[in-house]
Design a protein around this ligand. Structure first.
Ligand SMILES: CCCCCCCCCCCCCC(=O)SCCNC(=O)CCNC(=O)[C@H](O)C(C)(C)COP(=O)(O)OP(=O)(O)OC[C@H]1O[C@@H](n2cnc3c(N)ncnc32)[C@H](O)[C@@H]1OP(=O)(O)O
Ligand SMILES: Cc1cc2nc3c(=O)[nH]c(=O)nc-3n(C[C@H](O)[C@H](O)[C@H](O)COP(=O)(O)OP(=O)(O)OC[C@H]3O[C@@H](n4cnc5c(N)ncnc54)[C@H](O)[C@@H]3O)c2cc1C
Length: 664
């Protein structure tokens, strides 16, 4: 019997269908934009220099063959994924002069996305936490040594804090570091099974050093968790005696990263290997405490700020994919007609589709931009601590970084999932990039501080502020000044066209204030009959709600403020509508809080709902151009559905052809 042609031959036939040039629908969308794309991109990236650097870095990566992928990464098994990522990491490190490595917000993440993709890998923790730990926790006079070793690739580090038994609750970590004054060494030990380190990225196979968080014991006394620089593997990369180390197996995502476990058996390190910038153990065992008890957690604060920017960019990329796909999804596979007989439409024309896409697009802008100023705040706070031992701003920075980390990672993960669904069946394919994006982003809800635990830290800060305000003598951090403003009885919000930024801010602040004080009153009432911690637990759902609302208010205010700085009038008009859509969508979702006690009337609530409809219609013609304003290249996007030219279907066929199942 004659054999059918192979799947590969069949695909080849279809390949001829690949269009030359861009999909006409997407071109039409671009032509219809109300603003100049370049001006908008300059606003999004703050200036044209940053935009130009994006292009230069892209060209650099595209012109270096060592960054090519001989096999599409989607079709690799885990060993191959790790091999690929490691090969790329080496190429990346060999070419670091292509970027400004100190630019953690733009150039470094972009370079990584272009070379490796959306994936934690063997160097993520080295750059993401190990080097920041050295930076934040090493005395100035000693910092050069470890940095030079890291730069010359003699050291590849990770951050080993979480244990099998404890992750969030650092005070209960069980790994011990006991000072032996006779030998001037610390003895690092894993006393129980639950004390085994579990999760550190790059630990399983790659790292030869780790910053290890352990309970410090000196002169027979416990001094709480402290950080130690610990060598794990010898020059031949074999674990040193007293160290047991390995990979923890596959995870939901990020499988090119060898997250690992680590067990110590009375393993000795020199005294100087304790990170002693803030707290010290003298040679005789005398303990010098830090100027603030939580300074030892400084590296985590810094990384939470970095994550916020990184995560929001994932949401931006997801919105780009879904919007472009929604512009080209029609003709061959139509989804129905709006006006019977008039033909089918692009799915982007459905109001429900716009409601799925555009609020997510709006959500992706504010946090990515304001984070730059938070980074400066972080640098400023670090300077204050180093120069004047001034700790005043630390609680504010901790509350803000924890809150933004919790709210943004959650919204990003939910947003990506919503955008995936908006692409129907093709969104479920890895070709869309959504599954990898989601797996990457949702990890951020857990690592670097589990989100609920982080929200409760914000709530702690807010309850302290509420207490101060009630005491009548508040000394308030800038982010909390609104909590001391007088109560407002009625909302000011009206039609989106007429209500001012001040009206929106007024309403958000008023609602958040009410929520904070209602929770504070509940907490203090409960404290009359319960122990403090029981009372806290009894109202912790409300505490989280107040914390979330506080962060959202911060984001709304910052989005509106940022839009006011846009110098190009056409770009400013669209961005302003997007900012209002963001605020109205939050009001619509949190209607219960806004309408409580009649603050927002039913009429006003209806105006909010109607406003959303109208703003979706107003933004619709600019959707594709707004997606383009993220200036994301196809290489960075890594999505068949989101490709810039809109030629989705032939590209899907081409992608599927690479499946090993189609090779014979
Ligand atoms: C290239 C770019 C890529 C970017 C991405 C990077 C990729 C990297 C990938 C990353 C991979 C993932 C890598 C990883 O996952 S590494 C592992 C990350 N692990 C965690 O984040 C653990 C989370 N837990 C904690 O941080 C603490 O235990 C918390 C905070 C929960 C409680 O703590 P504790 O139980 O000890 O405290 P308390 O609640 O009794 O509160 C006591 C007081 O202390 C204050 N307080 C607490 N903490 C701080 C602080 N930090 N600064 C200033 N103050 C602080 C607090 O407000 C309170 O003040 P007051 O109310 O009494 O005044
Ligand atoms: C992809 C990934 C990478 C990671 N990389 C690293 C790494 O490189 N280095 C490292 O050290 N760790 C790493 N981790 C571990 C991570 O930091 C921890 O998982 C995280 O801090 C949460 O701790 P946990 O797992 O113990 O969760 P748990 O604290 O056990 O949380 C479980 C549940 O308990 C709740 N809960 C806990 N405490 C409280 C509380 N006080 N009040 C109310 N509810 C509470 C939480 O909200 C959550 O619902 C990584 C984790 C992941 C997923």
């Amino acid at each position: 019997m004659e054999r059918d042609s192979s799947p590969s031959d069949q695909f080849h036939r279809y390949k001829n269908l690949i269009q030359n040039g861009d999909n006409p629908d997407i071109t039409k969308e671009r032509q219809g934009a109300s603003f100049n794309l370049y001006n908008m991109q300059c606003f999004v990236y703050e200036n044209d220099h940053k935009l130009q650097r994006r292009q230069e870095i892209l060209e650099f990566v595209e012109s270096h063959r060592e960054f090519d992928d001989p096999v599409h990464p989607h079709f690799l098994n885990r060993d191959e994924q790790i091999d690929r990522a490691t090969r790329k990491c080496l190429a990346m490190v060999d070419n670091l002069d292509a970027i400004d490595v100190t630019d953690y917000f733009d150039e470094a993440p972009l370079y990584q996305l272009l070379t490796i993709g959306r994936e934690l890998h063997c160097l993520s923790l080295h750059y993401g936490m190990f080097l920041p730990t050295i930076q934040v926790h090493t005395e100035k006079s000693l910092i050069l040594g470890p940095f030079q070793m890291a730069a010359s690739k003699a050291i590849l580090g990770t951050f080993a804090q979480t244990e099998l038994g404890h992750g969030s609750n650092l005070s209960k970590l069980e790994t011990t570091a006991t000072y032996d004054a006779t030998t001037k060494e610390f003895v690092i030990h894993t006393p129980t099974m639950s004390a085994g380190k579990w999760w550190p990225g790059g630990l399983g196979k790659s790292a030869n050093y780790a910053a290890v968080m352990a309970q410090l014991y000196t002169s027979g006394e416990s001094k709480g968790p402290h950080l130690f620089m610990v060598q794990l593997r010898d020059n031949a990369h074999a674990p040193l005696p007293g160290v047991t180390v390995g990979d923890i197996g596959p995870k939901l995502g990020n499988n090119a990263n060898d997250n690992g476990f680590l067990i110590f058996d009375h393993y000795r390190i020199p005294r100087r290997n304790m990170f002693m910038k803030y707290s010290k153990v003298e040679a005789d065992g005398t303990y010098i405490p830090p100027p603030h008890a939580k300074l030892g957690f400084g590296a985590m604060v810094l990384v939470r700020l970095l994550m916020i920017r990184d995560q929001t960019c994932q949401l931006g990329a997801a919105a780009v994919i879904a919007i472009r796909y929604s512009a080209v999804r029609h003709s061959a596979v139509r989804q129905g007609e709006i006006n019977e007989g008039e033909g089918e439409v692009q799915i982007l024309d459905y109001r429900t589709q716009q409601y799925r896409l555009l609020p997510q697009l709006a959500r992706s802008f504010p946090s990515s931009q304001r984070m730059r100023s938070r980074n400066s705040t972080s640098k400023y706070v670090t300077k204050q601590i180093n120069n004047n031992a001034n700790m005043e701003l630390l609680p504010e920075l901790h509350a803000l970084s924890s809150g933004l980390k919790a709210v943004i990672t959650w919204e990003v993960a939910q947003g990506i999932e919503q955008l995936r669904l908006s692409c129907g069946g093709h969104g479920y394919s890895r070709a869309s990039a959504f599954p990898d994006m989601y797996a990457y982003a949702v990890g951020g809800c857990t690592y670097e501080g589990e989100n609920i635990v982080m929200l409760l830290q914000v709530a702690r800060f807010l309850m302290m502020i509420a207490k101060e305000v009630r005491s009548g003598n508040p000394k308030l951090a800038e982010i909390a000044e609104y909590i001391a403003k007088p109560d407002a009885v009625t909302a000011r919000i009206s039609s989106w066209k007429t209500c001012s930024d001040e009206d929106i801010i007024h309403d958000f602040e008023a609602v958040t204030r009410k929520l904070i004080f209602a929770t504070f009153d509940r907490l203090t009432t409960l404290e009359r009959t319960m122990k403090k911690k029981e009372a806290w637990n009894a109202c912790s759902i409300d505490l989280c709600k107040a914390a979330r609302m506080h962060v959202k208010t911060y984001l709304v205010k910052n989005f509106l403020a940022r839009v006011r700085t846009c110098e190009d009038p056409a770009s400013r008009t669209v961005m302003h509508t997007l900012a209002k859509l963001y605020a109205f969508d939050l009001i619509s979702g949190g209607g219960g809080h806004f309408m409580k006690g009649g603050f927002l009337s039913e009429k006003q609530f209806n105006e909010v709902q109607l406003g959303i409809y109208e703003m979706l219609a107003a933004i619709r013609p600019d959707s594709v151009a707004l997606a383009d304003s993220w200036a994301i290249s196809d290489l960075e996007l890594r999505s068949v559905l989101g490709r810039r030219d809109g030629n989705v279907y032939p590209a899907l066929l081409e992608w599927a052809q690479q499946s090993p199942l189609n090779q014979n």
